[in-house]
Design a protein around this ligand. Structure first.
Ligand code: EPZ
Length: 422
């Protein structure tokens, strides 16, 4: 397994290009199953998870061709050969569950392995199943698989989610586009990835209103056509790289960055004494004092502070002036980066969903271990500001969600290198 070695203490200056959003692409790709005509995605990120979703779609008979070094995904599901999403693929990536709604809508049936939990929590899919049942699907759980059927096709229905779920909203939204009649989704997720999916589906001929608000209304149509759609930029990658100069000092322009995608996060950065300026090319970030100020953060569904930026924010707050409190309200176990930061000299106490961070002057480099995608990059960020060398192991987590992280940071002056495992 590869490792990444970071030697801290260098200011970062320069530009970082932000790629297309992993979590948008992972729901846009299954949307190709909704139409017999080709769907082409541009500005696609080149990530391990995208390759996993490609394998899954191909196992169902769809054609997925990566063009322009993987930045363009030309897809066609004209010749579907199956409706089984096998455990071997699903266990590698939970987002595989997002083929369930499109398969039901297109084929009238689907057999999808239950994704199982992951490092950050149990990650159940009950809301996906309940939502699709409201559209007339019959669900049967057997031997670790969801056996879903809609023999008479899907019909529009009323879906009210008890808690906000990004994936369940995406599954129901995609299925509803081909259901007979009107579907109303209440307490829908409002993430930019949902808005991007709705825009793509509308380009395919779907009739959708209200995306980006808590209530989405879909008028089902008989069939969808093909389209070409640009993947929205990755707001989590954006926020991650905005924290790099916040931690090291210096000034970085995140190309393509837009404040509307990371509003709550930018508010917190500014409260911590970090300067954020929106320019035509992107978001320019500079720390305007010696040390960041402590701030308190509560994660919430969009437009709140993203849970996917909580670990990275903790890396900044570990050396901020004062005591910060981070409340993780989305996932039950998303502080695994905390003990690794403590190994680097951070002063962090975790009780349940609350982490109390007492800022120290500076962290010290150490060998640390990544446990999930965002924890990995949080340790890299911490290493950029730490004294000495930080070795982040198990970076395969990182490669799932971050393209060429050592190149992007290295181009701004970071001393960072990937060590290939033998
Ligand atoms: C998406 O996961 C993202 N993944 C996650 O990003 C992100 O952290 C999460 O949304 C929250 O923003 C993708 O888009 C591929 P949820 P998802 O359904 O859809 C509970 C990353 O690092 N829940 O909004 O799985 C769930 O356990 C990843 O890129 C149920 O109880 O998240 C969680 O506590 C990590 N039943 C809460 O809802 C369900 O059926 C929110 O989960 C579904 C979810």
């Amino acid at each position: 397994m590869d490792s990444i070695i970071v030697t801290g203490g260098r200011e970062l200056n320069g530009q970082i290009p932000i790629a297309g959003a992993k979590n948008a692409c992972l729901t846009l790709m299954p949307a190709t199953l909704l139409s017999e005509e080709p769907l082409t995605l541009t500005n696609a990120p080149r990530l391990a998870d995208i390759r996993t979703m490609t394998t899954l779609l191909q196992s169902l008979g769809a054609e997925v061709t990566a063009l322009n070094e993987g930045r363009v995904l030309a897809m066609s599901s004209h010749d579907m050969t199956g409706h089984l999403a096998h455990y071997d693929i699903v266990r590698k990536m939970r987002a595989s569950i997002l083929v369930l709604g499109p398969l039901l809508a297109r084929m009238g049936q689907a057999v999808v392995s239950l994704p199982g939990g992951c490092a950050i929590g149990a990650r159940p899919v009950d809301l996906h199943l309940r939502g699709l049942e409201a559209l007339g699907a019959e669900m049967d759980l057997r031997e670790g698989y969801v056996h879903a059927r809609a023999p008479r096709g899907l019909r529009g229905g009323e879906v009210e989610f008890p808690i906000v779920s990004v994936g369940a909203t995406e599954n129901v939204l995609m299925a509803a586009t081909l259901a007979r009649g009107t579907t109303v989704i209440r307490n829908a997720a409002q993430e930019p990835e949902i808005v991007d999916l709705a825009r793509c589906l509308r380009a395919m001929g779907a009739r959708i209103e209200g995306e980006g608000t808590p209530t989405i209304v879909v008028e089902g149509v008989d069939r969808l056509r093909g389209a070409t759609h640009p993947v929205v930029i990755d707001r989590i990658e954006l926020g991650t790289y905005m924290l790099a100069p916040a931690i090291t000092g210096g000034e970085v322009l995140c190309l393509g960055g837009r404040r509307d995608l990371v509003g709550a996060f930018c508010d917190k950065l500014e409260e911590a004494g970090i300067d954020v300026r929106e320019e035509p090319e992107g978001l320019r970030v500079r720390r305007n004092r010696d040390r960041a100020r402590a701030v308190s953060v509560e994660t919430a569904p969009f437009p709140g502070f993203p849970t996917d930026l909580q670990a990275q924010m903790m890396a900044l707050l570990a050396t901020a002036e004062g005591v910060s409190v981070l409340e993780e309200r989305i996932f039950e176990n998303r502080f695994m980066h905390a003990p690794e930061l403590v190994r680097m000299g951070a002063d962090i106490e975790v009780h349940g969903g609350t982490a109390t961070v007492t800022g120290v002057e500076r962290l010290r480099g150490a060998p640390v271990m990544a446990t999930d995608l965002r924890a990995s990059v949080s340790l890299i960020l911490a290493g950029l500001g730490a004294e000495g060398e930080t070795i982040v192991n198990r970076v395969y987590h990182l490669d799932r969600g971050y393209e060429r992280v050592e190149e992007k940071l290295g181009a701004c002056g970071a001393k960072i290198e990937r060590v290939k495992a033998d």
